[in-house]
Design a protein around this ligand. Structure first.
Ligand SMILES: C[S@@+](CC[C@H](N)C(=O)[O-])C[C@H]1O[C@@H](n2cnc3c(N)ncnc32)[C@H](O)[C@@H]1O
Length: 204
């Protein structure tokens, strides 16, 4: 049986529809907004946001950057992807109305991150110890660049009952404990049986 090569569409990690559903957003919430996507991958969401009337849509990613065809589509929609680390974002304080991070914050990697050896068993606890500091710094950065009155949305986060990585939700809960909560409101709640969504509102 011949194996077919993946098409461009099948390589797309998520469609805008899945992104919006997981983040709990409606298209009208993007209109007129300055939007940042942290771990933007190939720019699926920022292009969609701009098409929905976002005033500005910027993505940052330190790894999987868009290919030439994506870049052409990104340029067409007037969006931008910056090659930068979520733990040190090149934006002033209070820059964005809406900051999203889809399938990225739980596994935030450093620039020197070495992918695990596929032949050895995945040691979640070890990997998590190495990642936890970066998660906390990245969340603080996301809060810093969000405007007062703005919102941060991170999803999907695998819950304790999720099969793939049940440690994830626990680690995000611990990371939340490390945040200074005087200027934020936090809502970390299930969106379905397996996944949780983190929403942070910057109130001061
Ligand atoms: C699973 S992909 C999700 C991509 C996209 N958000 C989506 O849902 O289609 C995770 C993305 O996070 C990016 N990423 C991981 N660590 C990062 C970091 N420290 N700073 C910026 N981006 C990071 C990876 O390069 C990758 O593109």
């Amino acid at each position: 049986m011949s194996e077919s090569l993946p098409t461009k569409e099948s390589r797309e990690i998520e469609t805008p529809k899945e992104y919006m559903r997981n983040l709990g957003l409606n298209p009208h919430q993007l209109f007129g907004q300055e939007v940042l996507d942290v771990g933007a991958g190939r720019g699926v969401f920022i292009r969609f946001a701009k098409e929905q009337g976002a005033k500005e849509a910027i993505g940052i990613d330190n790894g999987t950057l868009p290919d030439a065809e994506d870049m052409a589509r990104i340029a067409e929609t007037g969006t931008v992807i910056v090659n930068a680390d979520a733990a040190s974002m090149p934006f002033p304080d209070n820059s964005f109305d809406l900051v999203v991070s889809h399938a990225a914050i739980p596994n935030i990697a450093s620039d020197t991150f070495v992918p695990r050896d596929p032949d050895t068993e995945w040691d979640f606890e070890k990997e998590d110890r190495e990642m936890q500091d970066r998660r906390i710094v990245a969340l603080r950065e996301m809060i810093r660049v969000t405007k007062v009155g703005g919102e941060i949305r991170c999803a999907p986060i695998i819950s304790a009952t999720g099969e793939l990585a049940p440690h994830q939700g626990k680690k995000i809960a611990e990371a939340i404990q490390a945040l200074d909560t005087k200027n934020i409101e936090i809502d970390f709640a299930p969106m379905n049986a397996e996944h949780w969504r983190l929403v942070i509102r910057k109130i001061a």
